[in-house]
Design a protein around this ligand. Structure first.
Ligand SMILES: Nc1nc2c(ncn2[C@@H]2O[C@H](COP(=O)(O)OP(=O)(O)O)[C@@H](O)[C@H]2O)c(=O)[nH]1
Ligand SMILES: [Mg+2]
Length: 375
């Protein structure tokens, strides 16, 4: 069956791009497209774009070109209407509509390549894209093939070595799509929202001098050192407030336990409290920020290690960003290293490791092969 694939996403842009493929696509095109000028069909050759008009869409201007694989690419105006009109005329010719996402999958050699291509379209930063390109070029596929070969040769200990390395990278890889989440918690008025604004470099959170303003969770996405980071502003932690404040506090603590890193923001001009110590020990990955350094007038007693800042003057914010990346993103894989980047890949590798450890080598080979062959 002939297929029509809108390659560019729906929306407003200067140009839209469609692809028509399948046997006899050129015959269909002949019925739909009128080449401009004196050009005739005998002039349409692979790689040579031809300008003309779409017969069924009030003479919409288009450029068509035939690829070496006989598929036809059509560029038309980028508005949703012009693109849809062209698509509809192909559908009226009996073509099947295929989304670009499905087309990518169908045109990939293996599931890893398909997943990498899809993930690349959603990559939020260059550094994320570079890692996905490594996988697209075969880093993960080669590593999995190496494991399979070793298992076939009954060399399970060296297979385990590679598998363990890969499963360690899964934790990094699973963040590539959504980024790393960093929750800011602490007493009302400590400067959480001001710190987020300082990190973002623009006013995004609501900053008020009255305690208890941020009752819900406010999130802001940014990139630190090229990694996608989601900063979550939370309500101040204070017992004895009204029901709304208590709700905000519960939300804040829940969010903190879901986050990759918790920034416990403290007002450095006030003493360190037992309550703050409790919050600090409540979460696995906590970084203390001693904000309002400018207001310190006399020694406030012992405080835990942390990053000193003056949020309103952006002092210490660069060091804070460095620490955030170090503590959340952690070790970055070197160029060309295999990184599992989808939940399925991570699950399959974990399960394969268990199988190898319990000497079920054939089962492990079969499971790992599913990552390479089931498109
Ligand atoms: N002097 C001083 N004031 C700050 C600093 N950071 C925040 N503030 C002020 O403290 C108040 C509370 O800040 P805010 O960010 O809303 O605190 P939050 O409740 O923790 O989100 C505001 O008036 C800020 O301008 C700082 O480093 N130094
Ligand atoms: Mg706030």
């Amino acid at each position: 069956m002939n297929r029509i694939i809108p390659l560019s996403a729906a929306g407003y842009s200067a140009l839209a791009c469609l692809r028509a493929e399948g046997r006899g696509t050129q015959n269909i095109l002949e019925r739909l497209f009128q080449p401009g000028g004196a050009q005739g069909w005998n002039r349409l050759r692979a790689g040579e774009p031809v300008f003309g008009h779409w017969k069924q869409a009030d003479g919409e201007e288009v450029v068509v070109s035939i690829g070496s694989d006989d598929a036809i690419e059509i560029q038309c105006h980028g508005g949703i209407l012009s693109r849809d009109l062209l698509v509809e005329s192909f559908l009226a010719e009996g073509c099947e509509l295929v989304s670009w996402k499905d087309w990518i999958v169908q045109n990939s050699v293996n599931p890893i390549e398909a997943a990498a291509k899809r993930a690349l379209t959603e990559a939020k930063t260059h550094r994320v894209a570079m890692i996905l390109i490594d996988q697209l070029r075969g880093a993960l596929q080669n590593a999995i093939q190496t494991i399979i070969d070793r298992l076939i040769n009954r060399n399970s200990s060296s297979a385990i070595q590679v598998l363990e390395k890969l499963t360690l990278q899964s934790n990094f890889g699973k963040h590539l799509k959504s980024g790393w989440s960093v929750a800011l918690i602490g007493s009302p008025n400590a400067g959480k929202s001001s710190l987020i604004n300082a990190i973002l470099g623009y006013q995004r959170s609501i900053v008020l001098s009255q305690p208890g303003t941020t009752r819900d969770l406010l999130t802001a996405r940014t990139a630190l050192e090229g990694w996608p980071i989601e900063l979550v502003d939370t309500a101040g932690l204070r017992s004895g407030g009204g029901p709304l404040e208590t709700k905000g506090m519960t939300l804040a603590l829940q969010q903190a336990s879901r986050s990759d890193l918790v920034l416990l923001v403290a007002d450095a001009s006030c003493g360190w409290t037992e309550e703050q110590d409790q919050w600090r020990s409540q979460f696995e990955n906590v970084l203390v920020v001693h904000n309002k350094q400018d207001l310190i007038q006399h020694h406030q007693g012992d405080r835990p290690d942390g990053v000193p800042t003056v949020a309103i003057a952006s002092n210490g914010v660069q060091q804070l960003c460095e620490q955030i990346v170090l503590r959340s993103v952690g070790r970055v894989p070197a160029h060309g290293v295999a990184v599992p980047f989808t939940p399925t890949q991570a699950e399959v590798l974990d399960a394969a490791l268990d199988l190898v450890k319990s000497s079920k080598l054939n089962d492990a080979v079969e499971l790992l092969s599913s990552l390479l062959h089931e498109a």
